[in-house]
Design a protein around this ligand. Sequence first.
Ligand SMILES: NC(=O)c1ccc[n+]([C@@H]2O[C@H](COP(=O)([O-])OP(=O)(O)OC[C@H]3O[C@@H](n4cnc5c(N)ncnc54)[C@H](OP(=O)(O)O)[C@@H]3O)[C@@H](O)[C@H]2O)c1
Length: 318
Amino acid sequence: MSIYRNAVWFLKGMQEYTRCGYEAAAKRFNPSDLEVNLSGRSFMITGANSGIGKATALEIANRGGTVHMVCRNKGRADAAKDEIVESSKNQDVYVHIVDMSNMKQVWEFAQNFSQNNTLHVLINNAGCMINQREVTEEGLEKNFATNTLGTYILTTALIPLLKQATNPRVITVSSGGMLTQKLNVDDLQFEKGTFDGTMAYAQNKRQQVILTERWATQHKEIHFSSMHPGWADTPAVQTSMPSFHAKMQSRLRTEAMGADTVVWLAMSEAASKQNSGLFFQDRTAVSTHLPLAASRSSPQDEEKLLNILEEFAQKFKP
Ligand SMILES: NC(=O)c1ccc[n+]([C@@H]2O[C@H](COP(=O)([O-])OP(=O)(O)OC[C@H]3O[C@@H](n4cnc5c(N)ncnc54)[C@H](OP(=O)(O)O)[C@@H]3O)[C@@H](O)[C@H]2O)c1
């Protein structure tokens, strides 16, 4: 089954996830969707110092929104902030130093932030594909910690704050790679068998899509969506998938193309008219499963995922 899924997914990717795929899809975009004034609205973006997150932050700053950049490295974050302020002439750009793989830090940040700020839109963008099995100082496998549990804790901790805002939204940058995976709740930290970073990453990205669907049913006041940016030329792709990057470089999207659907979901009125909980590619809601891929999970497994994440969240709550 995994050979079938990978083959179908790669063929789909060559058509849709490349720069050509973006250019074909962009012909039906409505440019006026992004003609919005964001002054008075506040956006938090994780991993905003680089790639898709930084391109998104710039588009928001350009339209007058307040930008909260959540980054792990102060030097890289300050440099990106300076560039965004310089280019947008918007001074309302703030850096918060948080390692998304450290659950205590994520909790403390979310709690402190909630006391002193408003928030209209959360963009869960920070992500990683670590190809060796590494464990954080809190004892968590690093891909799971960064992509799934950090996203879960940040989002659930900020939900009460988001509910106080008008038209609140949560966008999670997942990946089309998740189409190759069926949810596996029995080994969330990849302790069994041979470790495969690509598989771990895709499994985390599947979990993000399921979390988005579940949050949408639990919190009707907030508009949730997950999305696939396509294949964009970013530092993550260069370092985590060097041979894919080398072979595909000329066909990859720019960072701005990768960010386009995030930006559209975060700010357009058209996006907020879509149902909550959907998965998007190039401004369109798309299936979360490949044809005949047998990748659908049972409600019991999805419930189990939520229960395990909540147990972890409580364990690390300060
Ligand atoms: N590019 C693609 O083709 C593609 C395809 C599908 C999905 N995605 C997703 O798009 C998102 C953005 O990735 P990108 O491609 O734009 O790569 P990128 O330029 O490398 O950006 C990743 C961002 O996440 C941050 N990050 C990673 N681990 C973190 C941690 N523990 N704590 C805080 N921040 C952390 C990175 O910070 P540092 O700069 O400090 O490392 C960086 O700012 C990711 O979720 C990725 O999975 C990308």
